[in-house]
Design a protein around this ligand. Structure first.
Ligand SMILES: NC(=O)C1=CN([C@@H]2O[C@H](COP(=O)(O)OP(=O)(O)OC[C@H]3O[C@@H](n4cnc5c(N)ncnc54)[C@H](O)[C@@H]3O)[C@@H](O)[C@H]2O)C=CC1
Ligand SMILES: O=C(CO)COP(=O)(O)O
Length: 392
């Protein structure tokens, strides 16, 4: 495309946005949590028509899917061959693969093309397993509005050979926009079934961003609350993006440890010990490597201790780690067998955090994180955990 037609296209885009005076929201991701968050966001865009366009685009990593032979809500005979997941979602208003049996609002529009999904979007909600975010950001480069604002619901940390960053920072840096974070004690299936839970949104944009057109409502804590809060999903908005992101990322390592001890049938005291040590390491890690991180975020907000508790009991990392011990199999084998395409985040986070600590000679200062990594690699046994985390 020539530079004048690119400029024309951008001008048309800006004119449409400015005329609308409302935010257009896109969710990038449609897994278990991506679909549950799309449901919440779509309920709220419909509930706040003065702030948001009702339609919410949900980007779907396209795949063919065959409906199971029976379904409580659908006549499966009409879908007897595999179909595109986006077609199924838009026809049945359900993400039949990643969030089955939950009706999605009809204003959620599943979209297989990333550029189409983000076109004209002023608020982007990133919700994909963390291993895919770099490739997604590369595909989004040049496709988004320069004044778009973003929120990351991703639980993981971005580790390279010599640095560590939050995914909100990575997204912001790669796309040249601001990105906050959402994280909490939020098992997706429970949230989607509208069982009560809390979450934490961190949003603290610097003053030098590309300004929003004056016609659009400023994106502030009030807009964040309007976008995510529901009667069954209580939102607290804070400024500590590092604390919120790290709580969600690091508790996945602890949840694996908790699954390991449950796999051995060691009971609640053992699990409480693992959780206590894990919480200390989460907080220490935040304070040691992220100067803006607040200690209280780990103890007072849903994204800290509450997420640790729920994940160490009912999360996928916990379940797969427990089964791997019970069955004597590798956790990756269990993940493949029981999660139907959903992805564990704790196994890669344990590896990535270990790489970061090892490079700095700090493995011994984080005995639980290190133990989980060594057990996953088969270099230590679950039975050795108490010795590995014993204090002097
Ligand atoms: N599921 C849950 O209960 C919760 C998950 N989270 C976090 O939310 C984030 C997203 O997780 P979920 O939505 O649960 O995802 P998921 O675990 O259900 O992952 C599957 C998703 O990955 C997509 N995918 C597969 N291959 C891909 C590729 N090559 N490129 C891009 N996408 C691909 C699939 O299409 C599907 O949408 C994670 O960081 C997770 O830790 C946070 C709170 C709760
Ligand atoms: O983050 C979660 C709950 O808050 C879900 O954790 P899992 O990915 O282990 O299921």
């Amino acid at each position: 495309m020539s530079s004048s037609s690119v400029a024309k296209q951008r001008l048309g885009q800006l004119t449409r946005i400015m005329a609308s005076r409302k935010h257009r929201v896109t969710v990038i991701g449609s897994g278990n949590w991506g679909s549950a968050i799309s449901k919440i966001v779509a309920e709220n865009t419909a509930a706040h028509p003065q702030l948001f366009e009702p339609e919410v685009h949900m980007w779907v990593f396209e795949e063919q899917y065959q409906l199971p032979s029976t379904h409580p809500r659908f006549d499966v005979s009409k879908h007897s061959t595999p179909q595109e997941l986006t077609t199924l979602i838009n026809t049945l208003n359900e993400n039949v693969k990643y969030l089955p049996s939950i009706a999605l609002p009809t204003n959620v529009i599943a979209t297989p093309s990333l550029p189409d999904a983000v076109r004209d979007a002023t608020i982007l909600v990133f919700n994909v397993p963390h291993q895919f975010i770099h490739s997604i950001c590369s595909q989004l480069n040049g496709q988004i509005l320069p004044y778009a604002r973003a929120v990351s619901c991703i639980k993981g940390v971005d580790v390279s050979a010599d640095s560590i960053s939050l995914f909100s920072e990575t997204i912001g840096r790669k796309l040249g926009i601001y990105c906050g974070a959402l994280s909490g004690a939020n098992i997706a299936n429970e949230v989607a079934a509208e069982k009560f839970s809390e979450t934490t949104v961190a949003y603290d944009p610097p003053g030098d961003l590309t300004p929003l057109p004056e016609e659009l409502p400023p994106v502030d804590h009030g807009v964040m609350k309007a976008l995510f809060h529901r009667p069954y999903f209580h939102v607290r908005v804070v400024n500590d993006v590092a604390g919120v992101s790290l709580g969600g990322a690091l508790k996945n390592i602890v949840a694996i440890a908790s699954g390991f001890v449950d796999g051995l049938g060691w009971g609640d005291n053992a699990k409480a010990a693992v959780m206590r040590v894990g919480l200390m390491e989460m907080r220490k890690f935040g304070q040691q490597f992220f100067s803006s991180c607040r200690s209280e975020t780990f103890t007072e907000e849903s994204c800290g201790v509450a997420d640790l508790i729920t994940s160490c009991n009912g999360g996928r990392n916990h379940r797969c780690a427990m089964l791997s011990v019970k069955e004597g199999k590798k956790i990756e084998e269990i993940e493949e067998r029981v999660l139907n395409g959903q992805k564990l985040q704790g196994t890669s986070t344990a590896r990535e955090v270990n790489m970061f600590l090892k490079q700095r000679g700090l493995e011994k200062e984080y005995p639980l994180f290190t133990a989980v990594y060594l057990i996953l690699r088969g270099e230590a046994k679950v039975e050795d955990l108490p010795k590995m985390i014993e204090r002097e």
